[in-house]
Design a protein around this ligand. Sequence first.
Ligand code: NDP
Length: 331
Amino acid sequence: SREWHLVARPHGWPKAEDFALREAAVAAPAEGRILVRNKYFSVDPYMRGRMNDVKSYTPPFKLDHPMDGGAVGEVIASNAEGFAVGDHVLHGLGWREIASLPAKHAVKVDPDVAPLSAYLGVLGMPGLTAYAGLFEVASFKEGDAVFVSGAAGAVGSQVGQMAKLKGASRVIGSAGSDEKVKLLVEEYGFDAAFNYKNGPVRDQLKAAAPDGIDVYFDNVGGEHLEAAISSLNVHGRATICGMIAQYNATEPTPGPNNMAMIIGKRLRLQGVLVSDHSDLQPQFVQEVAGWLASGELKFQETEVEGIENGYDAFVGLLRGENTGKMIVSLV
Ligand code: NDP
């Protein structure tokens, strides 16, 4: 079975030489374990942080060890009660063709309820991040005007649509290409959207939200956060979810110089960690599955085929080559 190893810690943007696709032996599963043939694995922005040797909320990847992350696959051998060959499972050993793991670390998923890859996106971790970050952390309420950055990505595309479904007065998104902007307005029902590469975020946001915003869902940081603080109304709230504009930076990036506005406007900026919100999982799945079935909530995936293209998929994600969830398929 082939698996991706991190072989050097990237400085700035990751390079192909920092990664290696290597062969690994696969043994029959010991007591309590299963073997899974991965069909899809996830590449996510947080993995960039795990390539650095710094303490964070997730431990760094070890050099010359397989990387890990979300994956869905089919059980091909089982030595664990309750798991049979042919079952489909979600688990944490991505970036490889065959995963060997304790069955208690796997969750069964039903390919008839949703396509398997959806458990890595709209019905998985990014979807729950959107749901918890908007409804719990930002205390979204009907009538709020919402701005979300990274709006055509896995998390952002769901934030905007969920806000609309729950009665937002106006939803504004930003993304990095004109095609993505078109998708947001024409397919996902955003009221306005702009390409942050076409001009200052502050000006484009002011034009898109002349009456200001009540909630900002930050996936990007930097210039976006500064612009959002300026557009937030009194008693606005911001969920600080990610700062992808900084993940590959080697120099300090432009950031908010208007933090004092937080005082006068009594803003609430709050971080979200999806792992704190597993209590919302059942409610999230029930509500989102309903919206998917009725067609009210849309999602897109960008699929890169073949384990050998895992590195390209990851760097493509950081460059914005994905629309919606970036997935590596092994089928
Ligand atoms: P996405 O699907 O949104 O993919 C990343 C996107 O980031 C790219 O498609 C690209 O789109 C955009 N991007 C890249 N560089 C920049 C830049 N310099 N400025 C603005 N946008 C940029 O990823 P996810 O939906 O999985 O994650 C979105 C954010 O949420 C990330 O910051 C991630 O770290 C965070 N996150 C946080 C979690 C938590 O628990 N706190 C959980 C999950 C995700 P474009 O073409 O628009 O530039």
